[in-house]
Design a protein around this ligand. Sequence first.
Ligand SMILES: Cc1ncc(COP(=O)(O)O)c(C=O)c1O
Length: 454
Amino acid sequence: MSDRIKFLLEESALPTAWYNIVADLPEPPPPVLHPGTGQPVGPDDLAPLFPMALIQQEVTTEPWVEIPEPVRQVYRQWRPSPLYRARRLEQLLDTPARIYYKYEGVSPSGSHKPNTAVAQAFYNKQEGVKRLATETGAGQWGSSLAMACAFFGLECKVFMVRVSYEQKPYRRALMETYGAQVIPSPSTETEAGRAILAKNPNSTGSLGIAISEAVEVAAKDPETKYSLGSVLNHVLLHQTVIGLEALQQMEMADDEPDIIIGAAGGGSNFAGLAFPFIGRKLRGESNPRVIAVEPAACPSLTRGKYAYDFGDTGGLTPLVKMHTLGSQFVPPAIHAGGLRYHGMAPLVSHLYELGVIEAVAVHQTEAFAAGVQFARAEGIVPAPESNHAVAAALREALRCKEEGVSRTILFNLSGHGHFDMQAYMDYFAGKLEDYEYPEEEIAMALAGLPSVNA
Ligand SMILES: Cc1ncc(COP(=O)(O)O)c(C=O)c1O
């Protein structure tokens, strides 16, 4: 066998269409409901928030959606992204497993998020929108959308979860460098923010709260639309460019993954890598295990309920059926800010219900220990979110060693951690705590689920 380390595709191999897993599902996912009527939402209900092209992508059942040329033009700056074989990590672990990772940290903002940010900015610009409002947890999404807005000449307003705003001033500076306005959330700018602050003036914020603020701004201003960095079908669709490239790269490596792994916050980088492979699985062409990895402090798949819920804390969004901890759930201030979301993408939730994918929860100290081991072997310092995928890959590689079996493991290294060194410093200083969410608190948050579930 060759000792090749990286598998690179020519620019000409960049996919020309995104893959829509809905076309291959054995049963369609449950519809999105209007919170007032309890009936499925139509395009007109979503029009104040999203441009029509994205609303159409949200509901399409076509297997392929063409990637517009201006979007491919931008993608080409860093795509196709590299696939690496982690040979030094394999040696360090002394495992018979073959470990591969798709590295999305090569994008200018440092993660997979521009794959959808660029597409969303493009469609909004095409439909004459002036400004995008959004939320950000860790800052990866906000900086990606800020960059995409700069490319397409849109204004960008980012509500940044307060705990991240305080922990990560350099992410904020990056967004401002790209020209975005950044506001700590909860803020006094919106009704949703003011209501939270009235109840808890020291609120550290959450993605659910920041989403409410951004949605409110978009709903009230005809020139502003809302942009979401995960969860929705069209976001997952855009991310499939990752897996479509990885399919070609695994072929170059003359290998086939037995296990596919991704960290899951809202589910988009996991879906991006996994969906094209799951499509093959659903069509009976291969049968890998597919594992979504979530933080034990925010365990929507492994401990949440599959139910209709709001996407935000203020109850402004439509109702989606997903694994949720309840939209009132405020996760503890763990360092993987991008994984602190109460729900999981409806498509990922549906696949979990169908038994097509598995889920595991990992504590943050295990995730950071894995990230440090990975950095020392491979040189790349992963984002705290990505560390969760690394931890699960290490678990599987060590299991191969115990069982004396060689399996092929492919995981998504969704971003680098260059802006997250404070989190690494806290880890080295022994300051990171593991939170096991008490069952009563989860039950309490779930008790507030909307009545459509009754
Ligand atoms: C590097 C990185 N990985 C993963 C995530 C989690 O989001 P998703 O589950 O949508 O990929 C984030 C979110 O901010 C992120 O920044």
